[in-house]
Design a protein around this ligand. Structure first.
Ligand code: ASP
Length: 297
């Protein structure tokens, strides 16, 4: 049996006026959730779902409860999962009324013939699968931030991510990889806007060689299919850290994006990089202590 590894992020962005210690505790707790699965011989897919579930329920993060609100003040949630060993994936986009979109994304993968369900159709699918679809993920803090940002007025520029989308990547003891990502998307987005997070290869990807969760402005991430580009670089022989560093440079030079990535390879190496002021993240490899940081460096 091989050795497991896991990494999680809490979103690349600015993270103004936030309690860094509390946020690092949040990402470390998500790693602990994944570790419990991996230590018990569980799958990478179960581990990334456990980690993201925890972060969706932590209202400090822009996913599930506490998600950023769209132009109309509603939470429309995007999430995806992907299993590297068989390239199966599932996602939901612009989903309303559900507490844990990552669980619905997994259900799309496992219980539907599709990869991605959006909007009302995704909600109906969730309901048919037994999920509560009347859940209200809007918190007082998310509403306050929305009110403050709304006052600044409309802009043609897609709003910058404030940070706080969540994602997880893992390698299990059987050598399988998986990735999961979940977000409320960018604040003040147009209703119906879908970001990179649920799009396979853009914000989330896993292969037999690597698993990646990306964060940053989805409109730019989609142009480069950043998560798949990173997994491909690892497949071609690059180590995760230099692969992530060089993709950040490519993104900045080609589309002007300051993004963030976490990835893990089939040999258990972890890569973590961001071009934004912060990206809370935590990682752990079997037999070593958990590491949690607010930003790299
Ligand atoms: N990538 C996410 C989106 O565009 C936002 C983020 O990562 O903060 O929906």
């Amino acid at each position: 049996m091989g050795q497991w590894a896991v990494a999680v992020h809490g979103g690349a962005g600015v993270w103004r006026d936030q309690d860094e210690g509390r946020i690092c505790t949040g990402v470390a707790a998500a790693v602990a959730g994944a570790r419990a699965v991996l230590d018990g011989g569980g799958s990478a897919l179960d581990a990334v779902v456990a980690a993201v579930l925890q972060l969706e329920d932590d209202e400090l993060f822009n996913a599930g409860t506490g998600a950023a609100l769209n132009r109309d003040g509603d939470a429309e949630l995007d999430a995806a999962v992907m299993s590297g060993k068989d390239l199966r994936c599932g996602g939901v986009a612009a989903l309303r009324g559900v507490r844990n979109p990552v669980l619905v994304a997994r259900r799309v993968m496992e219980a539907s013939p599709h990869v991605l369900l959006a909007g009302e159709g995704a909600r109906r699918f969730a309901q048919e699968q037994g999920f509560d679809v009347e859940y209200d993920p809007v918190t007082a803090r998310a509403r306050e931030v929305w009110v403050a940002r709304s006052k600044a007025g409309p802009t043609l520029e897609p709003p910058s991510p404030a940070g706080d989308t969540v994602g997880a990547v893992a390698l299990d003891r059987n050598g399988h990889l998986a990735a999961a990502t979940s977000t409320g998307g960018t604040i003040l987005k147009l209703p119906g806007r879908v970001g990179d997070s649920p799009i396979p290869g853009a914000g989330n990807y896993a292969s037999a060689w690597a698993a990646c969760s990306a964060t940053g402005r989805g409109e730019l991430m989609m142009r480069l299919l950043a998560a798949k580009a990173l997994c491909d670089r690892v497949q071609a022989g690059a180590a995760p850290q230099p692969a992530a560093d060089s993709l950040l440079v490519l993104m900045r030079e080609s589309v002007g994006a300051d993004a963030g990535f976490i990835l893990v390879s089939a040999s258990g190496e972890v890569g973590i990089a961001h071009g934004t002021p912060a990206m809370p993240h935590a990682w752990q490899r079997q037999g070593a202590p958990v590491q949690a940081r607010f930003r790299c460096g």
